[in-house]
Design a protein around this ligand. Structure first.
Ligand code: GAL
Length: 670
């Protein structure tokens, strides 16, 4: 159902199957004398690919009509001589000062009308025709010069598109937004209907009257806000396509990617919609401080695997140790570097790369870890880097294998993420991704494997589908979910699901709107909770954030748990409607990973899903599958050793006892 990328993988110069290993390499930050040492140490570490030229525009084109490729020629040749492949960036991520000086109209504008000035990076409007033409000129120059270079393994379009410039409210953006709206709605009358502009006297007469949701006197129209988010994701996607199309024309044999940011609260880009645009999916992931940081890593890697259609993907960046952009930047503990990398491999990464090769001595990221830290190669970090290189070599048989689908899916939907967290709602505290992550964490704790999948994926192969806060439910999706349940599938959803259609209009007749019949419930009013307030359920768990006043509307609905305190005392909190051999369940409050445990126990029993190993939540399992064998990645989630009793297979890495935070990979012939 979802369109996936072409599946063309890196063009390895030697053609052999292996796991890629490397980093962003920024040789222009260093004197030339260091380059030979760099390449020698890369070889020692097992590095076989680097990303080059990501922020090199000012160096490659120091003036509008002046080009300097000499240094890049030299470094490309040097890397090739040493058997290191290159993922060559198009270098368009950060425009040089001359460009923004001559053309200040490329600079983005925030929603308060403030210009984002040069001095950092990514100061360009996704919709600026001036920026686009300069960027494409650079792309053409690079493609013509390096398209046949033997080191070239892939093109890397821009860098982290939308990291800093996803929302631009400039006049260029306003013009492009109108064009986008015209395509979507066809007429102003249709737009007026979709945006419900009868409210607050917003009826538009002409396209030119329509603006991005700039700073306003009160809450902006919610559909305007939602459409602006969709448009902004599309505008960057258009930029990706423009660079890609030119590269495809000039170098049709070279695969093309761009690095996504499936991580944490980075939510501006609908990657489920972008994935089909690249030849293979690449992702950047950084650990975020907090109690679920490793679960979040796993969740992101898992979702990235789904975006890649279960095929291998490229981990373009993560960190060897601390980053420099959180309030407090913790160093990784021994073992973390390998475990974090291997968790990505477990979920399909066939390349493991870092930001960056050599830690910068100056500049905004000088305190960000790298493969070669400030301390040099005589350091614990570099020794771990060398060790990981050897580990990845031992995992070569895994390269090219695919995900073995799980029996449980968690549905992830950008539209629902965007719409559920808009302003002017019952609560501003709701966090879409956190709820999904809580379910994922609870499944990990139960020792049950799950796939995190996009909402457009087919649900039919799964026994249990978890769709947390599925807020935007167009009729088509409601039908698909009903079909899944009618076919014997088990669905569970939560508070604030099924509420609106694709235009953000409430489904009338009672909540949960589009899912009311499927769930067999009717809710007349939401009961969000104040900060700190909790309610108790007769399952012995506590809820927070939200409750609903639930009326059962179908004789086949069973109450799984009820409220024992709070406004809804004595009323249902969790319900299940049995429908033939399938079921549709509803959880009306936020339970967190611990509180979800007994709920999951019930749902897993109903759907007949059992863990694939007996080690419970201590060990995370991910499975990749090849022509004649499965590869079991067993990841110790604890700080204690765990014996892998009763799990057999040929050891590729690790061993029968998992040390703290260690990973064992077993090859299990089929
Ligand atoms: C990414 C970016 C890299 C570097 C890294 C630091 O957002 O692509 O260039 O800034 O973060 O964590």
């Amino acid at each position: 159902m979802t369109a996936h990328h072409s599946g063309r993988w890196l063009r390895w110069p030697s053609g052999e199957e292996r796991i890629g290993y490397g980093a962003d390499y920024n040789p222009e930050q260093w004197p030339k004398e260091i380059w030979a040492e760099d390449v020698r140490e890369m070889r020692r570490a097992g590095v076989n690919i680097v990303s080059l030229a990501i922020f090199s525009w000012a160096r490659l084109q120091p003036r509008p009509e002046e080009w300097d490729f000499g240094w890049l020629d030299e470094i490309m040749d040097l890397l090739h001589e040493h058997g290191i492949a290159v993922d060559l960036a198009t270098a368009t991520a950060s425009p040089p000062p001359w460009l923004s000086t001559i053309h200040p109209e490329i600079l983005p504008v925030d929603h308060e009308g403030r210009t984002l000035w040069p001095g950092a990076r990514q100061h360009w409007r996704p919709t600026s025709p001036v920026f686009r033409s300069h960027a494409l000129r650079l792309v053409r120059a690079l493609a013509e010069r390096y398209g046949r270079h033997p080191a070239l393994a892939a093109w890397h379009v821009s860098n982290e598109l939308g990291c800093h410039n996803v929302y631009d409210y400039s006049d260029d953006a306003a013009r492009a937004f109108r064009t986008w709206l015209r395509e979507r709605y066809g007429s102003v009358a249709e737009l007026n209907r979709a945006w419900a502009t009868t409210f607050w006297s917003q009826g538009y007469g002409e396209w030119d009257e329509i603006l991005p949701p700039r700073l306003a006197a009160s809450y902006a129209n919610p559909t305007q806000q939602l459409d602006f988010k969709r448009f902004s994701s599309d505008a960057l996607k258009e930029h990706l396509r423009a660079e890609r199309d030119l590269l495809r024309e000039l170098t049709p044999d070279i695969p093309i990617t761009t690095n996504f940011m499936v991580m944490g609260e980075t939510k501006g880009m609908d990657y489920a919609d972008w994935a089909a645009e690249v030849d293979f999916v690449a992702n950047d992931h950084y650990l975020l401080a907090g109690p679920q940081s490793r679960e979040e890593l796993s969740f992101s890697a898992n979702l990235t695997g789904s975006l890649a259609g279960g095929r291998p993907w490229f981990l373009m960046e993560h960190s060897t140790s601390a980053v420099n952009w959180q309030p407090i930047n913790l160093a990784k503990r021994p073992g973390d570097l390998a475990r974090d990398s291997l968790t990505h491999v477990a979920y399909g990464a066939d390349a493991v790369c870092f930001f960056q090769w050599r830690q910068s001595a100056a500049g905004a990221e000088m305190y960000h870890s790298a493969m070669v830290p400030h301390a040099g190669t005589d350091s614990a970090v570099f020794r771990s880097v060398v060790e990981l290189g050897a580990t990845l070599r031992a995992l070569a048989p895994v390269a090219g294998t695919r995900r073995r689908p799980a029996r449980v899916a968690i549905v992830f939907d950008w539209d629902s993420w965007w719409a559920a967290e808009l302003d002017s709602h019952p609560t501003s505290r709701l966090r879409y991704r956190q709820e999904a992550l809580d379910w994922y964490t609870a499944l990990l704790e139960a020792g049950v494997r799950a796939d995190v999948v996009g909402v457009r994926e087919a649900f039919e192969g799964y026994s249990l589908v978890v769709a947390p806060i599925l807020h935007v439910v167009p009729q088509e999706l409601a039908d698909r979910l009903a079909g899944f349940v009618a076919g014997g599938g088990h669905l569970v959803t939560t508070y604030f699901s099924g509420i609106v259609d694709e235009h953000g209009h409430a489904w009338l007749g009672g909540y949960p709107g589009a899912l009311r019949e499927l769930l067999g419930l009717r809710i007349e009013e939401f009961g969000p909770l104040p900060d700190g307030a909790e309610v108790e359920l007769d399952l012995g768990v506590r809820g927070s954030l939200w409750t609903d006043r639930i009326d059962l509307a179908d004789p086949d609905v069973k109450v799984v748990a009820g409220y024992t305190t709070g406004e809804q005392v004595g009323r249902p909190a969790i319900t299940t409607r049995l429908a033939g051999t399938g079921s549709a369940s509803y959880v009306s409050t936020r339970l967190g990973p611990g509180g979800l445990a007994p709920v999951l126990e019930h749902l897993l029993a109903v759907s007949g899903v059992r863990p694939e190993h007996g080690l419970g939540g201590r060990v995370e399992l991910a499975v990749r599958t090849g022509a004649d064998a499965d590869y079991w990645f067993l990841i110790n989630r604890t700080d204690d050793p765990v014996e892998l009793d009763g799990i057999d297979g040929e050891v590729l890495i690790g061993g029968p006892v998992l040390g703290p935070r260690q990973v064992t990979v077993l090859r299990r012939a089929r």
